[in-house]
Design a protein around this ligand. Structure first.
Ligand SMILES: [Zn+2]
Length: 303
């Protein structure tokens, strides 16, 4: 079984996941241990120095080589582990193993018209386009997420806010919080179920928990779905336990967007919401199933 083979820029340790710190022109890749210490003055100085060295090496390389396209970013990935098309059979196997047929995104129903036209866009694109998008996200959490970057399948690196987040589970703690803040009603929330197969054909990574948490690991190889805590993901029994809350929010991050043709169906809380969305779909001539399913809004074990 292939294992991921990244090397920490600071301690040279081989590790499965890297955390990326962006300074100016170059990024520095840290293992989990070094990442946790990134705010220590000594560590911060080492990171800064590493960035300077990388930047110089990059400039030299650019001058000396005409074939810049061969150098992808600051590190060399083991190519053989990244043959995304050779993983087709494995992807199928793992989707079946965890019954991961679709992934979940929830949004305010006022956003559905826009989404049906443009697809699901990442936060950065929504901000740039000055859209009338109703954000139901926790802005404090969003600010934390703004500084995190990910290595994605296809060997590209993107900021979290350049990716579309899709939850692996329904009834996440995040949705629970949104619905219990008081200003968002169940009937305002539309769930978009996205075909997992479509996602796996894009650039993606997935996490074993809330992507904004420093305790969360990032993965690109589908076999690493085994590292997620499925006993938490498949259960509703996470109340009051921060580690379970983190794990239950495990997500896929998809770049650059999720198209409407990748949607499997929409879920709403009541018949009125269904009629509203159905009307919208008809006006745009889009065929997509809208289902009323209260289970998406309830936490049986939480009461
Ligand atoms: Zn390290």
């Amino acid at each position: 079984m292939p294992s991921e083979n990244f090397v920490c820029d600071i301690c040279d340790k081989r590790c499965e996941n890297l955390f990326i710190v962006n300074i100016q022109s170059r990024s520095v890749s840290l293992c989990g241990e070094c990442f946790k210490k990134r705010d220590d003055p000594a560590m911060a100085a080492m990171v800064l120095e590493k960035e300077r060295i990388k930047n110089e090496a990059y400039k030299k390389q650019k001058q000396s080589s005409r074939n810049v396209s061969q150098s992808f970013g600051p590190y060399n990935y083991p190519r053989s582990n990244y043959g995304r098309f050779s993983l087709g059979g494995l992807e199928r196997e793992y989707i079946n193993k965890y019954k991961l047929y679709y992934l979940f995104h929830f949004t305010h129903k006022n956003n559905i018209g826009f989404i049906l036209e443009k697809g699901l866009l990442p936060k950065n694109q929504l901000a740039a386009g000055n859209n009338q998008y109703v954000s139901i996200a926790d802005e404090e959490v969003q600010a934390k997420r703004a500084n995190i970057e990910f290595n994605l399948m296809g060997r590209i690196r993107r900021a979290l806010h350049d990716c579309v987040p899709l939850y692996i589970s329904w009834r996440t703690p995040t949705l629970y919080r949104v619905l219990h803040k008081g200003d968002v009603k169940e009937s305002d929330i539309v769930h978009i179920l996205v075909n997992a197969y479509s996602v796996l054909k894009k650039n993606y990574c997935f996490t074993d928990g809330n992507a904004a948490s420093i305790y969360t690991s990032q993965y690109v190889l589908i076999q690493n779905l085994d590292k997620l805590d499925w006993s938490v993901i498949k259960s509703d029994d996470w109340g009051g336990d921060n580690e379970k809350i983190r794990k239950k929010n495990a997500e896929f991050l998809v770049y650059p967007k999720v198209e409407v043709r990748d949607f499997y169906k929409l879920i709403v809380a009541d018949q009125d919401a269904k009629e509203e969305i159905d009307t919208l779909l008809r006006s745009k001539n889009i065929k997509l199933e809208v289902e009323v399913d209260k289970r998406y809004y309830e936490w049986p074990k939480m009461y």
